[in-house]
Design a protein around this ligand. Structure first.
Ligand code: FHN
Length: 596
């Protein structure tokens, strides 16, 4: 039974908003340290890269002896705890006769990618290039006997695609002194410095010397070096190619640009040079039984979402042991390329959009231009664009000469859309303007409109009070297929309240839905939503236990209907009721559904 006196106390208390927490610095820290690096201009303009994970694991395809593995096929040796000697024998039958560097580079070109990064050596320790540092490489240890990286770097250069290497500078399960293999080599016997001296740094120098100008070196899983030792390693490598970018996973925050976690996109625009990296299916390395590929529409929206936050998307392909790409990767990347042939202007060379994400989609920008990525057609085909304070000169659909009609007011610019959008996955309008458009990308006020079936407002946009905190929860489904959910957490007392500033455009009834995760031990605690003087009490529902290797389950919990009589700015507040003893839940977003 809901405690009425608690609610009254709550409403009285509720008016005293304690100091709100600012946006966590993980979302505001500018990306990268070296803002003068000569490689940053091409990198920031490129926006779309291709990652390729290719090694002995590609031949194994997710199977070792009689077992099938799911997620991160490139981690097979570690997950199967395969003895280094036995695993190394895979090289004896690794013979990718199907590899064709020209074909790979052309497919990358057709996909519209503007740089390509391939694994020179992954954690398995096998070098996919002709190394003089070790015989455990594709030329000396496999029947293939040629250096595919020579051919691929040349083919990419000929097609104008900046080329880079992924290099696992610390984890090396083949080497006794490499990081990570403690099933063959006892950890207390490892000499990481010896590994860096004898293999890691000499190989990095080979890669920076023998394959022409590199766009970047993509370091991964740093370890075994102090900040000073890392700085010394970087300085010794920088001399070889001063224009080559080093990714942030070189370690100790010494990279030239920022890489987010696997499959992570920041929920807000981030200044500077940064990159989101995604698998195409659920694995970086080829897994024969993993056909969970992202569709062209998912890739296109992922790319535009990352660009709308100001970053690059590097999407991965995992070729098989014969050097052939999965058919779905070829088909879906080429479909993405065809979309970019029409709408690429709204991606390449852009920065983050100057207004926050809208119910209809996201925005990217260039000087004097705002690109409106329309994912959802509004009812009545009137696209409402709030916050435009420059003078709109024209609005067109990219790829068509047909100007659209629009009307600008201080409240919003409204654009009349055609009966059908040319591309329901993402049709991009270009709005040209004169004067100065304010950067409203960090504006917390989120738009709610009855023109769309639902308005989703991520928890990151709330104002946090009391002990409420914004936290990123990372977990996987299989292994290494990381998911990230940014949630509001730590809400125990009424003072730990979230306030969502909303711009509700239409009067009417709205169903309020809370999207959250809640462990069983925290369930059945009371909270209340207040909006426009009305309140919706609710009990938190159990959604399941979770940890980093278990899915975090969320529920969309409809907590009731509220009426908005006056459109405009309203604060939606969510807070625990007095008397709770534990965290109410981990709120990922709120959803408002106009009642039709
Ligand atoms: O362990 C690697 C993994 O195999 C893959 O290479 C990813 C790509 O970002 N990096 C590490 C995990 O984050």
């Amino acid at each position: 039974m809901f405690n009425r006196s608690a609610l009254l106390l709550l409403l009285l208390f509720g008016s005293l908003c304690v100091q709100a927490q600012d946006m966590p610095d993980m979302w505001t820290k500018a990306a990268g340290n070296n803002t003068t690096h000569p490689g940053l201009k091409w990198f920031r303009d490129a926006k779309f890269g291709l990652f390729i994970h290719w090694g002995l694991y590609s031949k194994l395809g997710g199977r070792w002896k009689d077992s099938s593995y799911y997620g991160s096929g490139e981690w097979l040796m570690n997950r199967a705890k395969a003895p280094a000697g036995e695993y190394a024998a895979v090289a004896k039958t690794f013979n990718p006769q199907g590899f064709n560097a020209e074909e790979w580079a052309q497919t990358a070109r057709d996909a519209g990618v503007r740089y390509l990064v391939i694994t020179a050596k992954h954690h398995e320790g096998f070098s996919m290039y002709d190394s003089k540092v070790t015989d455990f490489d594709i030329v000396d240890a496999s029947p293939y006997g040629k250096d595919p990286m020579k051919a691929l770097s040349r083919a990419c250069r000929e097609k104008g695609i900046p080329f880079g290497f992924y290099y696992s500078q610390f984890l090396d399960w083949h080497e006794p002194d490499g990081g990570g293999n403690t099933w063959d080599f006892p950890k207390d016997k490892k000499d990481y410095q010896q590994y860096y001296r004898s293999k890691s740094v000499p190989q990095l120098k080979e890669l920076l010397t023998n394959y022409g100008p590199l766009g970047l070196v993509w370091f991964d899983m740093p370890g075994g070096l102090t900040p000073e030792q890392t700085r010394q390693m970087i300085d010794s490598l920088r001399i070889l190619q001063p224009s080559c970018l080093f990714s942030s996973r070189v370690g100790h925050n010494l990279g030239d640009y920022r890489d987010f976690g696997d499959s992570e996109v920041p929920p807000v625009p981030i200044p500077g040079a940064w990159e989101s990296i995604y698998t195409h299916n659920d694995s970086w390395g080829y897994i024969e039984h993993d056909l969970n590929f992202k569709s062209p529409g998912e890739i296109i929206r992922l790319l535009s979402n990352v660009a709308s936050k100001g970053g690059n998307l590097m999407l991965n392909v995992g070729p098989d042991g014969n050097g052939k790409w999965p058919a779905y990767s070829i088909a879906y990347l080429k479909a993405t390329g065809r979309w970019l042939d029409i709408y690429g202007e709204s991606i390449y060379g852009t920065t983050y959009g100057l207004i926050p994400a809208q119910p209809w989609g996201v925005t990217t920008s260039k000087p004097g231009k705002l690109y409106l990525h329309v994912w959802e057609m509004p009812t009545g085909r009137q696209l409402r664009v709030p916050g435009i304070n420059a003078r709109v000169k024209s609005v067109k659909i990219l790829g068509s000469r047909q100007p659209l009609t629009w009307k600008q007011s201080t409240a919003a610019t409204t654009i009349q859309l055609p009966v059908t959008l040319p591309d329901t996955r993402n049709t991009v309008l270009v709005m040209e303007y004169s004067g100065t458009q304010q950067d409203l990308s960090q504006l917390r006020t989120q738009t709610v409109s009855s023109d769309y079936p639902r308005a989703e407002v991520p928890a990151v946009w709330a104002i946090y009070n009391g002990a409420a905190i914004n936290k990123l929860f990372t977990y996987s489904h299989y292994f290494g297929d990381w998911k990230h959910d940014n949630c509001a957490a730590g809400m125990i007392q009424p003072a730990d309240a979230l306030v969502f500033p909303l711009d509700i455009q239409d009067a009417g009834d709205y169903k309020v839905v809370l999207d959250y995760a809640c462990e069983p031990g925290n369930a059945s605690q009371q909270g209340v939503v207040t909006l426009a003087g009305q309140q919706l009490p609710f009990l938190s529902l159990a959604t399941g236990t979770n940890n980093s290797h278990q899915p975090m389950m969320f529920i969309e919990h409809a907590v009731g209907i509220l009426h908005i009589s006056e459109p405009g700015k309203h604060n939606l507040t969510i807070r625990p009721v007095a008397g709770n003893r534990k965290e109410l839940f981990r709120l990922r977003k709120i959803i408002l559904q106009p009642v039709k």
